[in-house]
Design a protein around this ligand. Sequence first.
Ligand code: EPS
Length: 389
Amino acid sequence: MQYITAGESHGPELTTIVSGVPAGVAISIDRIDRDLARRQGGYGRGGRQAIERDKATITSGVRFGITTGAPIAITVHNRDWQNWTERMAHFGEAPEGLVREVTPRPGHADLVGILRNNTDDCRNILERSSARETAARVAATGIAREFLADLGVEIFSYVTSIGSVRLFEDEDTLAELIHSPAPIEFSEVRCPDEHTSQAMMAEIDAARAAGESLGGTFKVVATGLVAGLGNFASGPERLTSKIGGAMFSIPAIKGVEFGLGFKAADLPGSKVHDPIVLDGCDFVRTSNNAGGLEGGMTTGMPLVVSAAMKPIPTLMNPLRTINIDTLEVEEASRERSDVCAVPAAAIVAEGELAMVLADAYTQTFGCTSMADLRANIESYKARLATMGR
Ligand code: EPS
């Protein structure tokens, strides 16, 4: 299962096509729209989110709410397009007095993009490199989420830091959230602790007042996975590679860790690896430092990915740059933007993880019909149970 997106931030719409989806997956457009709304939310977002009301429109591959096995095309309209019809016209002459973007923002794709693509207008780069594209990703990966929900796989995320404010996590935090993730959705910054949420929002307020932007970290967790998804036999087929790549594909993600992550490098092996025990007929672990992946395959324990997002490059108090027309030093362009989009990135990451896992399920258990796939999973699970007997 995979997807491709097209569309500019201020074009008429974002488009995505999802392929490799088995026939027979029940699709709830309301659930996909709810995830689109979750992505739009989060304290620290800019004025654009007051304009957009993201909704998915499915135009192929689904009949009476059930996938047919054909590619699924989805669009998400940009309401802001009506303010950009001339500046972003697909044909005709550029309008008179069109202002080109000539002061590339440090940290954005602006400068390297124009050098690479041989253009004199950063808008030709920033329209596509904008994180607006992640709305299409949430729509596309919503199909993978529906598929996984059918198999009892749940995915959630929570924010662990914004700027210098960090959520205190002890060894029970994750288990409690797996049991009851509801507090995360009540927080405007997707942080399950109310006191920390307030401190994160205060940090965002201070950044906004200073013309600054903020990054942060978040965790994405998948539960209900069968052991053995992925493949140890070739590097690119390892789920670690695929999930890592998917996370790094999200704009501004600069670090990805699994389980203990970088901390594992400081500890001896006996404090890192998860002892294997039998629980009835099941092979289980007494800890989950590996974050649910060993040898590039799922262990059956919760899959735990952490990611770090850099601060958004658009600054209201801008850094210096070079004007590409005059070659003079100037302030980088200052556009309406978000102060912090870490909660939104966490939602995008939920979807990215879903797509990789859905793809792994279809690779392992087939991708023709859901009924066949479920039957294959049941016989696989039955075999696993005999191994622990
Ligand atoms: C973005 C700039 C802002 C953000 C945008 C990402 O858009 P605008 O320039 O229209 O104000 O709001 O994110 C979204 C539109 C979104 O839906 O997430 C950028 O430059 O990356």
